[in-house]
Write a protein that binds this ligand. Structure first.
Ligand code: AR6
Length: 497
């Protein structure tokens, strides 16, 4: 039943597996070696999960996030005598933020008070523009009278909200961190006020050089219209969480498959292609609810969300700002790694893309929660290779890298097939990263076949691509082509590269 006007082909979306319908029953949430749970995993209806342990534990080392409220967080200040001395930076932060802040100029001054080194280097143009030109006077005074004090309180409550040291998700270690949405909000408020220590230095040798930046100073800088839309998303998020603290949780899992023999021997693979829904309309985050949703990531997760970037990954992080917290503790992804985030809530609606991206208002997320209080939204951050020269992507080792990366993202070890939701994806690595969508579609279909997942593929308005991917899939299925044969054929076809 195909015509030129078809917007989708293949299996109807309604026949692909999604959570929660396909989910297996979760056991009791409890700490394990690779599970760090920062709250008490006993949930009572509607209440906010309580931090665990009861009292703040300070840990100032290279395996944990260095917290702004640590007693070891010291800062040089000039004493009245003119002599330099070191003071508790948290005290400095508290006293600056507890001033009455009634304009963005006050806010800038406060932030710089404990970031004096950046006095001349940071610029707050976007922030000033937002509060003087984008918001009208009334909206602006509402922010400084009602929202900002709530944000300050949320930030300064950090030692009562995040009591347990937060481990860093370092390369080559499989680990999951569970945080409550309240904890995420407090961490994000601190990021907004640029309080995280050691995260501003940009040098190659600085301690966090292999981590994304987390303090929001970059978001405040410059004149671009994009920043104004980003600020609308962020401020709406804070308005929401200070009005009503969300009671859910979110988990962040670093999955690292470093042993080569865990990867399929692609050329020997007998796996057959599964179901495909391919559509030129629809988006991963809307039509793909309950599926494993791809984040077309940068190895530094979140990419340019705090800067100029405004494509798939950045937009996802802006509509679901809790994702931004991953930047606090996720070391740059290695080639055999991905980050899986379960439970992030969507707070913002949007339209457009890149320069036409606009915040279009608040979004009320109705996604059900699982037994561990996470929204049934699963996102996998997968960084494709960035091809500056198109021919490079056909080199066998590049194709293998992308196959293995996709495998790492899709693989749920031994979970029975009935319990793995479909993958919701699209032109992964084919925008900013310059990949060929026909090759990348095939690579993703192969990895999905190997991990027994069905695929929902959104071509983002490209009807020809939609038809082509469908035709390719029909051929592969009707000829009962195996993944191994396919890999072999790709090698032959690209032997010139
Ligand atoms: N749903 C489905 N498809 C989409 C959506 C969506 N919501 N948004 C975009 N597309 P790109 P990359 C399609 O360029 O090439 C970021 O800065 C659309 O066709 O975001 O992997 C990251 O941080 C688009 O052209 O992904 C990385 O640094 C295509 O997906 C870098 O970009 C690719 O989107 C990753 O670049």
């Amino acid at each position: 039943p195909m015509s030129e006007n078809n917007v989708w082909f293949g299996t109807p979306l309604s026949q692909l597996k999604r959570a929660p319908q396909c989910s297996s029953c979760l056991g009791q949430l409890q700490p394990e070696r690779h599970f760090k749970i920062l709250f008490k995993p006993k949930f009572t209806d509607g209440s906010i999960p309580k931090p665990f342990p009861d009292n703040y534990q300070d840990r100032w080392d290279s395996n944990h996030v260095r917290m702004p409220c640590s007693s070891e967080n010291l800062y040089p200040v000039e004493a009245e005598s003119g002599k330099k001395e070191v003071k508790s930076r948290w005290e400095l932060i508290q006293s600056s933020l507890l001033h009455v802040l009634s304009s963005s100029v006050d806010l800038e001054e406060s932030i710089l008070h404990y970031n004096t080194r950046y006095n001349k280097r940071w610029n707050f143009e976007a922030l000033h523009h937002y509060f003087t030109e984008v918001l009208d006077r009334e909206e602006s005074s509402y922010f400084f009278a009602s929202v900002l004090p709530g944000m300050v309180q949320l930030a300064l409550e950090l030692p009562n909200i995040c009591t347990q040291p937060i481990p860093l998700l370092k390369q080559n270690i499989n680990q999951t961190i569970f945080l409550s949405q309240q904890q995420l909000a407090s961490l994000l408020a601190n990021a907004f006020f640029c309080t995280f220590p050691r995260r501003n230095a940009q040098q190659k040798k600085s301690e966090y050089a292999a981590y994304p930046d987390i303090n929001f100073n970059r978001l405040f800088d410059g004149r671009s219209a994009r920043k104004q839309e980003k600020l609308k998303c962020i401020i709406n998020y804070f308005r929401r969480v200070i009005t009503k603290t969300p009671c859910g949780t979110v988990s962040f899992t670093r999955r690292s498959i470093h042993s080569a023999d865990t990867y399929p021997n692609w050329e020997q693979s007998q796996a057959k292609f599964g179901k495909l829904h391919v559509s030129s309309v629809g988006k991963i985050e809307t039509e793909g609810t309950g599926m494993l949703q791809l984040d077309f990531a940068n190895s530094s997760v979140g990419g340019g969300v705090l800067g100029q970037g405004c494509v798939q990954e950045e937009i996802r992080f802006l509509i679901c700002p809790e994702l931004i917290v991953s930047r606090l503790f996720t070391e740059v992804l290695g080639k055999h790694e991905c980050l899986i985030i379960k439970g992030a809530e969507q707070y913002n609606s949007y339209s457009g893309y890149a320069n036409s991206f606009r915040w279009t208002g608040n979004h009320a997320d109705k996604t059900p929660r699982d037994k561990w209080r996470r929204r049934e939204t699963e996102i996998v951050a997968l960084d494709a290779l960035h091809f500056r020269q198109a021919e490079q992507q056909y080199q066998p080792e590049k194709m293998k890298r992308e196959l293995n990366k996709a495998f790492c993202g899709f693989n749920e070890n031994d979970k029975p097939e009935a319990h793995v939701p479909a993958v919701a994806t699209g032109n992964w690595g084919c925008g900013a990263f310059g990949g060929n969508p026909r090759l990348k579609a095939l690579i993703q279909l192969m990895a999905a076949a190997e991990t027994k997942r069905d695929v929902a593929y959104f071509t983002f308005h490209d009807k020809t691509l939609c038809q082509d991917i469908h035709n390719m899939h029909v051929f592969l299925q009707s000829q009962e082509v195996s993944v191994g044969w396919c890999k072999h054929a790709m090698k032959q076809a690209t032997s010139l590269y």
